[in-house]
Design a protein around this ligand. Structure first.
Ligand code: ADP
Ligand code: MG
Length: 254
């Protein structure tokens, strides 16, 4: 139950706080003293070279990965080994992955209603009505009775976004949501993400879509080798990067 979960001392405005977070895979130090504060309604873009720890970092925020040192606090709830806290945080954090991760044997509508029915105990009819509302929002209500394999990649990713939204999350995490898509499908997914940002959702997006970053991000964080090398508001980040590693990275992707 959310009500009796121990809340910790935190800035009320901060939806997510990572304080001196360190993580190792065996002896490999993958996250090095990561500090990130995300205010309610803020949109953060994380970019950086492959292998820099971006996925690991956001996966720690809903405990798909465990950190070993430092504090991660989501909406006032600290992520510890307390299963109750982990459960509370997972209900508040939606996640969209590169490879959609839809259930292939369930229809689009069933993908969207599974968690509301089984986790939130929402009555089936109500869950279906709410799912249709989100499928309309991502502009694919007419695909509700199809299976994921019958949809394009862009449509599948929009289903994945709708499915997350059905749990009414306080925060949405995106891990390279467009990098597995054909170019002509990237825009339809980014459009949905821009709309979500404009609706006031708190978002952390790992993406190399710099147009998206410039349009919606309040801050861009650049990671390399497990560290935050640089962070800034998008204009300054792109026009005037401070570190050599950032300059090199931007010269390779822009
Ligand atoms: P990015 O998302 O920036 O590409 P990742 O967070 O996926 O980076 O990975 C960071 C580093 O950690 C990489 O060197 C990767 O090989 C390593 N790594 C990722 N997951 C694991 C794992 N489960 N076990 C061991 N090493 C891992
Ligand atoms: Mg990654």
């Amino acid at each position: 139950m959310a009500e009796d979960t121990a809340k910790t001392e935190t800035n009320e405005k901060n939806m997510i706080e990572l304080r001196n977070v360190n993580k190792w895979y065996g002896s490999f130090h993958v996250l090095k003293d990561i500090n990130i504060s995300v205010r309610r309604g803020e949109r953060i873009v994380i970019c950086g070279p492959s292998g820099s720890g971006k996925s690991t970092c956001i996966r720690c925020i809903n405990r798909l990965e465990e950190h070993q040192e430092g504090d991660i606090i989501v909406n006032g709830v600290p992520l510890t080994n307390d299963l109750k806290n982990i459960d509370t945080v997972r209900r508040e954090v939606g996640m969209v992955f590169q490879h959609f991760n839809l259930f292939p044997h369930l229809t689009v509508l069933q993908n969207c209603t599974l968690a509301p029915i089984w986790v939130r105990k929402t009555p089936k009819k109500q869950a279906e009505e709410e799912a249709m509302k989100y499928l309309e929002r991502v502009k694919i209500p007419q695909q509700a009775l199809k299976y994921p394999g019958q949809l394009s990649g862009g449509q599948q990713q929009r289903v994945a976004i709708a499915r997350s939204l059905c749990m009414n999350p306080a925060v949405m995490l995106f891990d390279e949501p467009t990098s597995a898509l054909d170019p002509e499908m990237i825009k339809e997914v980014l459009d949905v993400m821009v709309e979500l940002a404009e609706s006031g959702m708190t978002m952390i997006c790992v993406t190399h879509e710099m147009g998206f970053a410039k349009t919606v991000a309040d801050r861009v964080i650049f990671m390399d080798e497990g560290q935050i090398v640089e962070e800034n508001e998008p204009h300054a980040f792109f026009e005037n990067p401070q570190h050599e590693r950032t300059k090199l990275f931007l010269s390779q992707i822009l």
